[in-house]
Design a protein around this ligand. Sequence first.
Ligand code: SF4
Length: 417
Amino acid sequence: MTSAFDYEPQPRRASVAVDVGGVIVGGSAPVVVQSMTNTDTADVDATVAQVAALHRAGSELVRITVDRDESAAAVPKIRERLERLGLDVPLIGDFHYIGHKLLADHPACAEALAKYRINPGNVGFKAKKDKQFVEIIERAIQFDKPVRIGVNWGSLDQELLTRLMDDNQAKGFPLTAQQVMRETIVQSALISAELAEEAGLPRNRIILSAKVSNVQDLIACYSMLSSRSNHALHLGLTEAGMGSKGIVSSAASLGILMQQGIGDTIRISLTPEPGGDRTREVQVAQELLQVMGFRQFIPVVAACPGCGRTTSTVFQELAQKIEGDIRRNMPVWREKYPGVEGLKVAVMGCIVNGPGESKHADIGISLPGTGELPAAPVYIDGKKAMTIRGTNIAGDFETLVGEYIEKRFGQGQAAAE
Ligand code: SF4
């Protein structure tokens, strides 16, 4: 049994790797961050701008809605515009109801997309359902593209649900209605995957997802799905909601699943505030993977919460400023300072815990608290390097952080090694 001293996430579940336009999902690849636009795909300018923003924020795959002829016709133009901007982010087409028709009528769209998302609950009804599903699979085979079979409880296959409810009734109700619903979600994904494989699409071209909006249902469905198949899995809580509720619900459910080794790509489905920044969902996905220790994207700024010992908001402002500077500079720093994403900066409100936390960071400062001298000790690489005094403590510390990054991660350092 694992002792608490060496507690770690469970080994990653073995899944079949899928190549999505050059980005590997599953197998031994790191968990991939993806996102989705909320623009009208037929509006090429708006969609290109949002895909570019999401990709620049760190989204490794971006999904766009393909809901009608105008959207399908816009997809190759969007692809071309992105390439002209030097952005080779794979685009995923989200299809509902008429995906089979749109892919058949718009071969340039089928070619420009890196993956097709199919919702088995929204692909057609009765006899048409399997036929239209297989038609999309045949397009995927023709254009050599992977698919995601994305079950969503809000559009769950009602015929399958009714059948499983009837079976449960015939057996004397051994399962609760909630358990039948979970089983239907999982079976919908697995039956559709089987149908896709029978139609000739290999497993290394299929990703599965089973999204619900309730945290416990989500954990249950993915646990069941992961134990019954080795398909690569896309994790996401659907309708997660706005603000902190969406973030907390997504982090709790996806965090628990990833701790169990489940999940190959994640999307955080946040509802933006009106006019809000769509890239927030990418930031949250990266932060979740980073705080859990799975990937590193951006330097960490550790800041204390503040308390009655803090005299002003200076340390919060400094922490916020440094974090903002880092996020803004990262696209350039990633190229200029390889390894900078592993940097840890500490900004603490007083000397009670400040020096201790600063010693554990690469560079840290403790600002003066109530009754303390107007002096701020700075620790670099675990040792006290200097004390900043005067009226420009925040500005001087920012300069020190810049110099530290240049010295440690800059080309001069690389040449010296
Ligand atoms: S470091 Fe100082 S200011 Fe920050 S929470 Fe701890 S005691 Fe309060």
